[in-house]
Ligand binder design. Structure first.
Ligand SMILES: Nc1ncnc2c1ncn2[C@@H]1O[C@H](COP(=O)(O)OP(=O)(O)OP(=O)(O)O)[C@@H](O)[C@H]1O
Ligand SMILES: [Mg+2]
Length: 399
């Protein structure tokens, strides 16, 4: 497979183009979810889509997760308080607007507790050290909270409390794109599950029975925890678990409700991948999963593709020319030119490799509309960079 490109270009597949501007301008598009494996450009794509939609005239709110600091600053995201704020310097000539927020996972968790427990119970839970650890570090909480926040934003948009007609969401950094779909259920089934019930039952029966049952289960861990953190911790877990007990049903119901909303026709998934085999394999799994779940896929964004200013000069010819100059240099300049030719050859080879892996994806998924964004010379850290990405998203051809 690897030498296929060396023997000439594989036949081009006729890949449908993802028409980003049509997607963004369609009033039927109400929610866009940017998914993909770690580091491929989900946050950048979400922000760029949000900005472009706003400048096309939509009233957009974009939910970002862990944006790079400079990007966050340029979008006016200085504070982590879970409140969407207007992004400065957005061109509103077409009547659109852009609000943005960064997800504060712990704050969102707290909001859920506050909304679903009585005030004194909520206070008890929020002050609980075990809760604090769980809410900020438990596996799956960021995915759960992203869905939770999406649900909240949609609800206030639908209720007309906010002018938003489009919600764009970024998804948390994770190895697998599927985590976004799976983690919330995993978390809520944990909260609904055996482990918690085991802790809750003896807690209701009384302290001693609880301790006995707990040490029967976690044995050494309990005595270790008691020794290191003191007996208070056990009381904390107990208080936390019994207080949270009333909300367990709520957790999985809410996760289910938001999950179901992702199947809505107003939702569009945009799968982001870098042009490498791992990211495209993940994209492939994700596309299949969306299909199986009846969730609407808008298309694939291949981000950070290698582009060349002189695509007609092949890698082979460029390398041959470099060799010639190196063998028989006429002056200092020739060494520089040879170096540039080698750089060009390297880029062309990379471009060919990328094209081949993207083709492999389309071999398996020929119907997935696709667009490509060039690798920029530097990180995307301001509105100008986001606009450039937005232009790439809407301009490029599919294949
Ligand atoms: N087309 C591009 N050209 C140049 N740099 C890019 C491009 N797209 C993204 N980047 C840069 O790549 C880095 C990773 O992008 P981004 O944060 O959007 O990825 P992510 O998928 O959200 O990552 P994570 O999984 O960690 O959340 C950022 O520094 C961003 O500026
Ligand atoms: Mg990100």
């Amino acid at each position: 497979v690897s030498d296929r490109t060396a023997k000439g270009r594989p036949k081009a597949v006729d890949v449908p183009r993802l028409d980003v501007d049509a997607l963004l301008s369609d009033p039927g598009t109400q929610t866009i979810v940017c998914c993909g494996s770690g580091g491929v450009g989900k946050t950048t794509t979400a922000a760029a889509l949000g900005l472009r939609a706003a400048e096309l005239g939509r009233n957009v709110v974009v939910l970002t997760i862990d944006p790079a600091r400079r990007l966050a600053q340029s979008m006016g995201l200085e504070v982590l308080d879970n409140t969407p704020r207007p992004v400065p310097d957005v061109d509103g000539a077409n009547g659109g607007s852009l609000d943005a927020m960064m997800l504060d996972m712990k704050r969102t968790f707290d909001e859920v507790v506050e909304a679903h427990a009585s005030p004194d119970k909520a206070e008890q839970i929020l002050a609980n050290p075990f809760y604090q650890a769980l809410s900020s570090s438990f596996a799956g909480t960021s995915e759960y909270m992203a869905m939770e926040k999406l649900g909240q934003l949609r609800a206030s948009a639908d209720a007309g409390e906010q002018p938003w007609d489009l919600v764009v969401v970024d998804t948390p950094p994770s190895r697998s794109a599927l985590d976004f779909l799976d983690a919330p259920q995993r978390l809520s089934s944990f909260l609904d599950g055996r482990f918690i019930r085991l802790l809750t039952a003896p807690a209701k029966a009384g302290g001693r029975a609880y301790l006995r049952a707990l040490s029967g289960v976690v044995g050494n861990l309990t005595s270790l925890m008691t020794r290191i953190l003191g007996a208070q911790v056990l009381t904390d877990v107990q208080t936390f678990v019994s207080a949270l007990d009333t909300m367990f049903g709520g957790f999985s119901e809410r996760a289910d409700a938001t999950y179901a909303r992702l199947q809505d026709a107003g939702t569009a998934f945009v799968v982001v991948a870098s042009p490498d085999p791992d990211a495209l394999r993940e994209a492939s799994y994700f596309v299949e999963r969306l299909d199986a779940e009846g969730m609407p896929l808008a298309g694939l964004v291949v981000n950070r593709v290698q582009v060349s200013a002189v695509p007609s000069l092949t890698a082979a010819r460029s390398t041959a020319a470099a060799e010639q100059l190196e063998e028989d240099p006429a002056g200092d300049e020739d060494a520089v030119v040879a170096g540039l030719l080698r750089l060009h050859a390297e880029r062309m080879l990379r471009r060919e490799r990328e094209t081949a892996v993207v083709r492999r994806f389309h071999g398996a998924h020929p119907d997935v509309p696709t667009t490509r964004v060039a690798a920029m010379a530097e990180d995307v850290h301001d509105l100008a960079g986001l606009r450039a990405v937005g232009e790439g998203l809407s301009a490029s051809s599919g294949g």
